[in-house]
Design a protein. Structure first.
Lengths: 126, 144
């Protein structure tokens, strides 16, 4: 019994350690930031608008307004595989959060709510 | 039926342990229910079902409470591992995981107090099942 509890404890500890290590904070981009970025609203478990445009090669602030009581964030990835993070915003419930997105090359990027991964959208960088 | 736990009345420590477990189960169920979305709602419902199964005074629930305990440990561990793989990593999630780690420890303690060694319990139950199926005689059992 003790060995089973110990083994289970080790598995849980390893799982939490892995989670903590991948949750490390990203460095904030330095330099001038364009504060006039788009506003993304989360309401009824969906993003509105689901497609936003931002300027290329310029740091931009995205304004996130979560109108749901459920927690959401805006997490931007290179593509829909969500394997390469670009900018992960704070998870908030029924409140607003600003998020500085680093300068991006022109192209199309993917964003989602990391809590509810079926909430997705597209960022078009021009 | 368990010769250990079904036969004896619950001590104050047993009752306190069970109350603490149910409180932790309901806490994590509540947290998951506030997250929205089908997956979290189903997770909360699973925890709620476990909380009921842990305390309901029905003969069949008492008979298979050992299974509820093992199932709850597995369910909480699966929830933690699923979260570790997929995230998201934010404060509420860390609180829920801390509750679930504590829950696993307390349920394991409850199991040890009420049912004994889980391997022996599972072996005994399998033996009992086999004997009911007419393959070989029963050698043990669990429950409470």
């Amino acid at each position: 019994m003790k060995r089973l509890v110990l083994a289970l404890g080790l598995v849980v500890f390893a799982a939490i350690s892995a989670a903590c290590s991948s949750a490390s904070a990203q460095p904030l981009p330095s330099g001038p930031v364009d504060a006039s970025g788009p506003t993304i609203v989360a309401r009824d478990m969906a993003f509105s608008p689901s497609t936003v445009e931002i300027a290329a090669n310029k740091k931009v602030t995205i304004h996130f307004d979560n109108q749901d009581s459920a927690p959401h964030n805006v997490a931007i990835y290179k593509d829909a595989s969500a394997s390469e993070k670009i900018s992960v915003g704070e998870v908030v419930s029924a409140s607003k959060a600003d998020q500085v997105v680093p300068a991006l090359a022109a192209g199309t990027y993917f964003f989602r709510c990391d809590v509810h991964t079926n909430m997705t959208g597209t960022i078009v960088v021009k | 039926m368990s010769s250990r736990s079904a036969a004896r009345t619950l001590s104050p420590v047993d009752v306190a342990l069970r109350v603490a477990i149910v409180a932790l189960v309901l806490s994590t169920a509540y947290i998951h229910s506030t997250l929205g979305g089908l997956l979290f709602t189903l997770n909360a419902f699973g925890y709620l079902t476990a909380a009921v199964a842990l305390i309901i005074p029905l003969a069949i629930a008492i008979r298979f409470r050992w299974f509820v305990r093992l199932g709850l440990i597995a369910y909480a561990a699966a929830t933690i591992i699923g979260w570790a793989i997929q995230g998201p990593y934010f404060m509420t999630a860390y609180v829920a995981k801390a509750i679930e780690v504590t829950l696993i420890a307390l349920v394991a303690l409850d199991f040890a107090r009420m049912d004994g060694n889980p391997i022996d319990v599972v072996k005994g139950e399998l033996s009992l099942l086999a004997s009911k199926l007419g393959r070989r005689p029963a050698t043990g059992s669990a429950g409470a």
